[in-house]
Design a protein around this ligand. Structure first.
Ligand SMILES: Nc1ncnc2c1ncn2[C@@H]1O[C@H](COP(=O)(O)OP(=O)(O)OP(=O)(O)O)[C@@H](O)[C@H]1O
Ligand SMILES: [Mg+2]
Length: 397
């Protein structure tokens, strides 16, 4: 009849074998006392004779059985050496199968507190990690979709707001501008009179008259520049808001890109080398004028980003149901903290009076209306690439 301790021993042995986690027991002489099948399966040991092996012998066997991305010697020391306290670690096995194993090892201590050996427990967390990774990816997708949604809602309400403001400002500025024209003509007539022979010399040369004429002319000139600037801003605002004026057409957008490039040539002068890599593109459904506006804004930005010499690379290609155009410059690049803001209306780094900060927000709106995408990649000091993706057929997806 089996003794109690024999039954307990057999039960413990069966329990070890039944565990889904890998378990390995090392005795106080540093030799393996027991190792279960789950451990063998995890690390590909098959039926290698492991019981009784020392760290060095185990290491030799391990070489032929599994490969790992982490330090194997560290791993072995954890399993065999009792000089370390309990520690949970992750171990990445590359072959015979890719696995992530979480394991911990600790001393086996008897009732008197003496260390009798070491136990380590190995849990295969490959699926858990995979699910975690998928969850992180899904979260990332959700965050991106939220940002896009927020961006398009912001653009839609801004369109309305901007149209209202542009309309309100347009009338008064029109009247200021035409009054300024009248003033300019009146002052120039006054100048003609002062300088003609009928005007007495004491009036012409009177210091007050000379001073006042100078002030009037300079104010008129400043007002003219200011009015032109406001009118240009209103024009941009209206383009931004009123994008429904043109008509849908089938068009070859490369013609538009090239004609726009011709318009900005003077900004590229002899300093910027233009490289074109155009594939064959089908005609696409679009508002050609609006796309030209997009190309213009991106090209002007690129030219402005390269104050000295540089390279402008234009690429166009088809990818299934869409066409893609990328415009790369070798300019100053965009700092990371600005990347999320460059499509915001009014965002500019070009200083007061130089940029209105509307160029890219107009591009964004136009491309959005075409059911397309505009993306940017940039490296500070190396340059930026704007990629526009447009469906060949509207409403096809
Ligand atoms: N190719 C580029 N290289 C570096 N920075 C760029 C580039 N394109 C855009 N940016 C940055 O994005 C900002 C916003 O561009 P956007 O075209 O909307 O406005 P802007 O050029 O400043 O003014 P506007 O186009 O109204 O004259 C720019 O001020 C600049 O900081
Ligand atoms: Mg611009």
């Amino acid at each position: 009849m089996a003794t109690d301790s024999q039954t307990t021993f057999e039960f413990l042995e069966a329990a070890l074998e039944s565990s889904l986690d890998g378990i390995i027991l090392v005795n106080s002489q540093g030799r393996i006392l027991s190792v279960n099948q789950s451990f063998r399966d995890m690390y590909g040991f098959g039926c290698c004779p492991l019981v009784g092996t020392t760290l060095e012998q185990f290491d030799q066997l391990a070489c032929g059985c599994f490969h790992c991305a982490d330090d194997r010697h560290d791993f072995l020391r954890e399993i065999f050496n009792n000089d370390k306290g309990p520690l949970r670690r992750e171990f990445h096995v590359q072959s015979p199968e890719e696995r992530v194993i979480s394991f911990y090892a600790r001393p086996v201590v008897d009732r008197e507190g003496n260390a009798q050996g070491r136990i380590s427990i190995h849990i295969d967390i490959t699926d858990e990690r995979k699910r975690q990774h998928e969850l992180e990816k899904a979260n990332q997708h959700i965050r991106e979709a939220q940002t896009q949604l927020a961006q398009s809602e912001k653009m839609a309400s801004l369109g309305l707001l901007v149209a209202g403001i542009a309309h309100e400002i347009n009338t008064p500025i029109g009247s200021i501008n035409s009054n300024n024209d009248i003033l300019i003509r009146a002052v120039s007539k006054m100048r003609e009179f002062i300088e003609c022979d009928q005007c007495p010399a004491e009036i012409r040369n009177h210091p007050e008259v000379v001073k006042i004429m100078g002030i009037l002319e300079s104010i008129n000139q400043n007002n003219r520049v200011a009015c032109e600037r406001i009118i240009e801003i209103i024009r941009s605002l209206r383009r931004f808001a009123r994008l429904d004026e043109a008509e849908w057409k089938k068009a070859n957008i490369l013609e538009g890109l090239d004609s726009t490039l011709t318009l900005v040539r003077h900004q590229l002068k002899n300093r910027i080398q233009v490289i074109k890599e155009y594939g064959v593109l089908p005609e696409i459904d679009c508002y050609p004028n609006q796309l030209n506006q997009v190309f213009m804004n991106i090209l002007v930005n690129a030219a402005q980003a390269m104050p000295g010499k540089g390279v402008l690379r234009l690429k166009a290609w088809q990818e299934g149901a869409v066409v893609k155009i990328s415009i790369s410059d070798s300019g100053m690049g965009i700092p990371k903290e600005n990347l999320a803001r460059i499509f915001d209306p009014g965002f500019t780094t070009k200083g007061v009076g130089v940029g209105t900060g509307l160029g890219l927000s107009i591009c964004y709106k136009i491309i959005q209306d075409h059911q397309g995408k505009i993306e940017v990649e940039s490296d500070v000091g190396k340059g930026s690439t704007f990629t526009v993706t447009l469906p060949i057929q509207q409403g096809a997806s």
